[in-house]
Design a protein around this ligand. Structure first.
Ligand code: GLN
Length: 349
């Protein structure tokens, strides 16, 4: 083969490869940015999830906070909020339940805003515990005591880490931050606050132990009061979906346009939600739904599809790990149908 034919052959091959490459491009592009489901798809899926799981009666209301046992167990709502501020809903949307631990990542965001993500890593931690959300054992077996801002110890530490000159200011900053993520006013459910504060001996123990180990950054009882109040904030399914959509939208609330956190810190927050948002059931949840999420013993769960939308659901009956049975099923069903798991289309099973 002469030099000329060789180079002609090479030229032919490279043209052929380029054409093949071009043919592949749309497939690659669409794998990277899948077409967004239509309004119809979203509405159909929340309706289907509601119908499919409304008769599930497994689990039981939280009762270690006495008032939570009185919330009607049959309540069930599902909502999707997109990054352009549209909300698709089925079932109960108005009932305001206590946000509980779903508040935790948002206060972590506030600490990140004030002091950067290093403060979370160094002063609280970013590791999953593998232990229950209210574990005291974790405080003893981990050298840094608190492990992440989504279990009670780390969440109480996060409240104490918020820079404020007084208890009142600490609360206002935290409350305003939650309202900013939700894009509207959120009441405090005073009955929930009283019921929990009167019975929170475990959390008081945690706060005092953290203080003892130099891992709580305010007066322990102040941190405990503000933390309990934060958990008593009332949200409905719609509010939760918008809070998640704010994270899906790079930290900007899609309803109000208010920036709640810098876009570059959203992935760090979502990483903690992926590894610890479901406590000692986080691995199981990533396996079935594949989405960074946060649950609360009030029965709410919010899951984030980064850069796209959020799926929220609420129903009071919880499993052993303290996660709402119907909300989990509804969200992993929708995530499965849409194939939006972070690591590839999850089956939702
Ligand atoms: N306020 C609750 C507690 O501290 C929050 C727990 C939760 O939602 N998992 O026990």
């Amino acid at each position: 083969m002469t030099r000329v034919t060789l180079s002609r052959n090479l030229a032919m091959w490279s043209t052929a490869l380029a054409v093949a490459g071009l043919a592949l491009l749309p497939a690659i592009a669409s794998a990277q940015s899948p077409a967004e489901p239509t309004a119809k798809d979203f509405q159909r899926l929340v309706d289907e999830a509601y119908a499919k799981f409304k008769d599930v009666t497994e689990g039981a209301n939280a009762n270690y906070i006495p008032i939570l046992d009185t919330v009607p167990s049959e309540l069930f709502g599902v909502a999707i909020a997109t990054r352009d501020g549209k909300v698709y809903a089925a079932g109960e949307q108005d009932y305001r339940f206590s946000i509980q631990s779903v508040s935790k990542p948002f206060t972590a965001a506030l600490v990140m805003n004030q002091q950067g993500p290093q403060a979370i890593r160094e002063k609280i931690g970013v590791e999953p515990t593998g232990l229950a959300f209210n574990s005291k054992l974790a405080l003893e077996i981990y050298p840094d005591r608190s492990v992440n801002p989504l279990v009670n110890a780390g969440a109480i530490a996060a409240v104490s880490l918020v820079q404020a000159a007084s208890e009142d200011e600490r609360w206002k900053l935290i409350h305003d931050n939650l309202q900013g993520f939700a894009g509207g006013e959120l009441p405090v459910l005073e009955e929930v606050y009283t019921s929990e504060y009167e019975t929170c001996w475990g959390n008081r123990g945690i706060a005092n132990l953290l203080y003892n180990y130099g891992r709580l950054y305010s007066d322990p009882e102040e941190a405990l009061r503000v933390y309990t109040r934060q958990c008593s904030v009332g949200v409905n399914t719609h509010d939760l979906a918008v809070m998640g959509a704010t994270l899906a939208n790079g930290g900007v609330n899609p309803l109000t346009g208010r920036r709640m956190m810098p876009a570059e810190h959203v992935p760090e927050l979502l990483a903690i939600m992926a590894t610890a948002g479901f406590y000692d059931e986080s691995g199981e949840w990533m396996y079935s739904a594949g989405l960074p999420s946060k649950t609360g013993v009030g029965g709410g769960i919010v899951a984030v599809v980064p850069g796209r939308f959020a799926i929220a659901a609420f129903s009071p009956r919880l499993n052993e790990a303290g996660n709402s049975v119907r909300a989990m099923r509804a969200i992993s069903f929708i995530a499965g149908e849409l194939g939006v798991g972070l690591y590839g289309p999850n089956t939702g099973e």
